[in-house]
Ligand binder design. Structure first.
Ligand code: ATP
Length: 237
């Protein structure tokens, strides 16, 4: 479904990606792993068409979704192709209510896709309880559920999360992991960044390790478990 081959990208004069390869098949959960500053967020921005908005650009390589190139598409066109983003820091609209946040980005206004407002509320009962609260009044965990709900409202074929559980208390993190496991069980394809190795190894089918802007390793959780050298070389902070 998603394929990045030898992707290179940079910000102004400084190159950040030197050859990133990532693939995600339908129904698959894939993680991007690597230490801080290695290029994970840049990869996600490149996929979503968001690099230009932060002074960056794609330099080379290929990036396709369902066989059509994503290179050069603006973010709203990438979203229309079926990619939904939960951005780093959640970035929900603080002055809008929960319900307004959900409706603001809904792509499927005639309600034929899996994710309608009632479906989101059934999946996240907490959001229904908080539907009239402004985004700013929510806890971190509720904000992350809202950010996930908002992305699902576009009925994405691939859901992308940049830092799925960063900054959340352990008990709230566990709730987010269970939400992602329920989505996976429904066949939702997911590409996610998170530093919690234990949790991502339980959830994901495959991992892509990025080091200094390059894909240096890819494999299953079992393969990662059996390869302590990969963890020592690329994942220890
Ligand atoms: P983190 O986990 O810290 O978010 P990351 O793996 O997501 O790390 P990126 O944020 O993609 O890494 O950063 C890759 C490189 O690009 C780093 O050297 C970083 O300093 C640089 N970089 C990121 N954003 C920008 C920007 N807006 N302008 C210039 N350089 C940037």
């Amino acid at each position: 479904m998603l394929g990045l081959q030898n992707l290179t990208a940079g910000y102004g004069e400084s190159q950040a990606l030197f050859g990133v390869d990532v693939s995600v098949a339908a129904g698959e959960v894939v993680t991007l792993l690597g230490r801080n500053g290695m290029g994970k967020t840049t990869t996600v921005r490149a996929i979503m068409g968001l690099l230009p908005s932060v002074g960056g650009r794609i330099l080379g390589g290929a990036m396709q979704f369902d066989g059509a190139s994503l290179v050069g598409l603006p973010p709203h066109r990438v979203a229309q192709r079926g990619l939904g983003l939960v951005p780093e820091g959640r970035q929900i609209f603080p002055t809008l209510t929960v319900e307004e946040n959900l409706i603001a980005t809904a792509a499927d206004r005639d309600g034929r896709g899996r994710w309608t407002l009632p479906a989101i509320y059934a999946f996240f009962p907490r959001l229904r309880e908080r539907r009239g609260n402004s985004g700013a009044k929510l806890s971190g965990g509720e904000q992350q559920m809202l950010a996930i709900g908002r992305a699902l409202m576009t009925n994405p074929r691939l859901l992308i999360l940049d830092e799925a559980t960063e900054g959340l208390a352990p008990i709230i993190r566990a709730e987010i992991w269970s939400v992602l496991a329920r989505l996976k069980a429904e066949g939702q394809a997911i590409l996610l960044i998170d530093k919690n190795l234990g949790a991502v190894m339980r959830l994901a089918d495959r991992h892509v390790v990025i080091e200094k802007g390059r894909t240096v390793w890819t494999g299953s959780s079992a393969e990662l478990d059996a390869d302590p050298a990969v963890r020592d070389d690329y994942l220890h902070l």
